[in-house]
Design a protein around this ligand. Structure first.
Ligand SMILES: [Zn+2]
Ligand SMILES: [Zn+2]
Length: 199
């Protein structure tokens, strides 16, 4: 299992979102078995927050491999499916951050207003560390609502032929092309042509 520090190496910083993604992935791996190598597992994520980077590094369900599906619902919900067994795990994050001190609330207000004084930064840093610690130490039941109801798995990653766009000449995956005057063009060129037609 990867550590939070290893994941931060990919993500760039340690933050509460990354810690949540760590906990989500840890549970997914515990329930569904080892990290994905070759698309045996897939993840459906319903947000594009920091947590998703942890999911990618830890579970091996990645954007590039095509077994990470992004549904832009703005929800902290993560569904994992193991393809061969159909076993599903839906994790809904339902966590209340620990109560913060009046000093922390005050520091956050100042920070949001652009204050970068040493005192404010120290409090902001402490506030963040406390959140991360609380997430890493909380039992699963305090962080998540979990269900195993089966979900229809999206199709596997597919490889399509590429054609040259008749406008810019760049190779483009065929199903993503549009027809312009009977010629295949890429989406950016199609959009540009349409904007031009409107003017
Ligand atoms: Zn982050
Ligand atoms: Zn083009």
């Amino acid at each position: 299992m990867k550590t939070l520090d290893e994941i931060a190496g990919f993500h760039g910083h340690i933050c509460p979102g990354l810690a949540l993604g760590y906990r989500v992935s840890e549970l997914a791996l515990r329930e569904l078995g080892e990290r994905d190598v070759d698309e045996e597992m897939l993840a459906i994520v319903e947000n594009d927050s920091c947590a998703v980077d942890a999911v990618q590094v830890m579970t091996g369900c990645t954007f590039g491999k095509g077994n990470l599906y992004f549904r832009d619902h703005g929800k902290q919900v993560y569904t994992f499916i193991r393809r061969n067994t159909g076993k599903t795990l839906r994790i809904s994050v339902d966590w209340a951050a620990p109560e913060e001190s009046p000093e922390e609330t005050d520091a956050w207000k100042k920070y949001s207003g652009g204050d970068r004084s040493k005192k404010v930064l120290e409090l902001i840093h402490a506030r963040k560390s406390n959140k991360i610690k609380a997430i890493m130490e909380a039992p699963d039941e305090q962080l998540f609502k979990v269900s195993h109801e089966p979900v229809k798995a999206p199709g596997g990653a597919r490889i399509y032929p590429s054609l040259r766009c008749s406008k810019c000449g760049e190779k483009t995956m065929e199903p993503r092309m549009r027809l312009l005057g009977g010629e295949p063009v890429c989406m950016p060129c199609s959009d540009k042509a349409q904007e031009g037609a409107k003017e």
